[in-house]
Design a protein around this ligand. Structure first.
Ligand code: ADP
Ligand code: MG
Length: 562
């Protein structure tokens, strides 16, 4: 009776779906774990690749966490956070994208039984934040600096970092070859912050060993008109004119109206058009440049005109390439040919047009201000070259990071095991529930070495036990031991040059902890009936339900380990 008297409160629009509380949290955690499971097998040098094809029929083969996450097109609102952290890891440091996703998944997996047991998420969050703070402090303490070494020494150290990054990729077989190429290109651009100063050009065909580095700029020959064949294709110490104007005969009939009273005047108008273009061409020639590049078209008239005067020209050069030529040769892009002074002309030691595979390339080498490098990638399939490019991007980022921050830590799970041990040790000094949470956090960190083993087909339990024992040695001599990917045992990662820049690990732990805390702090999801597509709804629902049931069955109360 009394219920009938109470007014019903309608807060949200009809059809709005809300779910809240523990069940919602657990379902979010399950979704995140499902995403982590997708990228799990790609970790490490023995990791597998994913082939993803979309509705347009494009196929991508990749080992890169960020690329995979991006292409997966995840719709679950909580799981999307993982896509974001993978992306941010990619743009911040460039590597460690799989690591960050795995860690976030594992942190939440460890948190799940606590949530199910009724622990308030805020308690977990607080402990996780403390743990991540301690972990990062520890990484900073353990990091080894490569500052103050000679250039040669530095070069070989950086190459080691690059090789570690590349070892998990498709081109891992040639990691030394590419690592030195990457280091050379990064050293070439010096302190320039613009990453696009390193160009990567892809030319299908040949083998990956045919890839080469140009100390300067290279780009594919642009579209050319008749007369181009007569232009010289090689210069020594040429001056280079860079333009952003069209050198084409413009017939004005489309965008102008001219009224003539005397038919004879028509000729003068045609003449004027010719005069304008000839004047421009003449000024280019007078500037003393032997090479004329323009972002816009250089028509047949211009091409022939330049050919007659032994000048090389290329029109419709891509913006990016033109910028690189400008930076490398010291020239400035002009928007007018009036008053071209010597200072705005660029120069280089050698320019030549060369055949690379089926393509012709314009190559500027020996550029005075350096600051640019171009890697020309060769290889069989398109997908292969694409993945090679992504891998090189990772390696380039890592070398740049290592150069800037110049501290490295031991990879292969060594650093993860060491922080894990340290946190466990620290947890013992804490009274109260927090001890359990920090222990769980420490356990979650072991996912990296465990996964490296799993992916290589080793007995993960066995290797991890060995690692734990080694890291627990009171003398601290085992601190650098990680998974030995070649033998299935353990080895000193540092001595084996499996190195990672400290910043990769720091960023990964930071981002993964933040993501885990964010997801733990959400206890209600409200879905507006119109705002999301039906497809997204279905997929999200299936994800939460499917995983939730199994996981609840698998782990009951009191089954928490350690
Ligand atoms: P991410 O996207 O996170 O960079 P990767 O697939 O590149 O993932 O794998 C990186 C992990 O592989 C790091 O933990 C790194 O220490 C480890 N690793 C790389 N090379 C080796 C190696 N030669 N031996 C053992 N571990 C390695
Ligand atoms: Mg990597």
């Amino acid at each position: 009776m009394s219920t009938m008297m109470q007014p019903q409160i309608i807060l949200l629009k009809e059809g709005t779906d809300t779910s809240q509380g523990k069940a919602q949290l657990v379902s979010n955690i399950n979704a995140v774990m499902a995403v982590a499971d997708v990228v799990r097998t790609t970790l490490g040098p023995r990791g597998m690749d994913k082939l993803i094809h979309d509705d347009k029929g494009n196929t991508t083969i990749s080992n890169d966490g960020a690329t995979i996450m991006k292409l997966l097109d995840i719709v679950h609102p909580a799981a999307k956070i993982l896509v974001d952290i993978a992306k941010s890891q990619d743009s911040e440091v460039g590597d460690g994208t799989t690591t960050v996703v795995l860690l976030a998944g594992e942190f939440l997996k460890e948190a799940k039984p606590f949530i199910e047991d009724g622990v308030h998420p805020q308690n977990l969050i607080r402990s996780y934040r403390t743990a991540s703070y301690l972990a990062i402090e520890k990484i900073k303490e353990l990091a080894v600096s490569i500052e103050g070494k000679s250039l040669d020494e530095k070069r070989s150290l950086l190459a080691k970092c690059a090789a570690t990054t590349l070892s998990s990729k498709l081109i891992g077989g040639e990691k030394e070859f590419f690592a030195s190429m990457v280091v050379d290109s990064v050293l070439a651009i010096g302190n320039d912050d613009r990453l696009n100063m390193i160009g990567i050009k892809k030319v299908p065909g040949g083998t990956m060993r045919d890839s080469f580095l140009v100390n300067g700029v290279a780009f594919k020959k642009t579209f050319s008109y008749a007369g181009f064949e007569q232009q010289p294709k090689k210069f020594e110490n040429p001056k280079i004119l860079l333009l952003n104007i069209e050198l084409e005969l413009k017939s004005e009939k489309e965008n102008a109206e001219i009224r003539l009273s005397d038919p004879l005047q028509y000729q003068s108008i045609v003449d004027a058009e010719w005069n304008i273009i000839y004047d421009k061409l003449d000024k280019c020639v007078k500037s003393g440049a032997k090479i004329v590049l323009s972002r816009l078209a250089i028509g047949d008239l211009g091409t022939q005109y330049f050919a007659d005067r032994d000048i090389f020209c290329a029109g419709r050069v891509a913006e990016e390439d033109l910028q690189r030529v400008a930076a490398a040769t010291g020239g400035t892009v002009q928007t007018s040919v009036n008053n071209v002074i010597d200072e705005v002309l660029g120069s280089c030691e050698i320019f030549e047009e060369k055949q690379v595979g089926n393509e012709r390339f314009n190559i500027f080498s020996g550029c005075p201000s350096g600051q640019t490098a171009t890697i020309v990638l060769r290889g069989g399939a398109d997908q292969f070259i694409e993945e090679a490019e992504r891998s090189l991007h990772d390696a380039i980022m890592i070398v740049r990071r290592a150069m800037k921050n110049s501290t490295v830590v031991a990879g292969g799970g060594a650093i993860d095991m060491e922080i894990s041990r340290y946190l466990r040790q620290h947890a013992r000094t804490i009274a109260g529930k927090s001890q359990l949470f920090i222990n769980s956090y420490a356990k979650a960190l072991e996912v990296i070495p465990r996964q490296l083993c799993d992916n290589a087909g080793f007995d993960a339990t066995d290797v991890l036990n060995k690692l734990r024992q080694k890291h627990a040695l009171a003398s601290g001599e085992g601190a650098l031991y990680g998974v030995d990917i070649n033998t299935g045992g353990i080895a000193d990662s540092y001595a084996n040059f499996v190195w990672e820049p400290a910043v990769v690990k720091i960023n990964a732990i930071n981002a993964a902890t933040e993501a885990a805390c964010l997801i733990l702090s959400v206890d209600e999801t409200v879905k507006n009936p119109k705002s999301e597509s039906a497809q997204g709804e279905a997929a999200a629902g299936a994800m939460g339900r499917g995983r939730g049931g199994g996981a609840l069955r698998g782990r009951g109360r009191g089954m928490r380990r350690r």
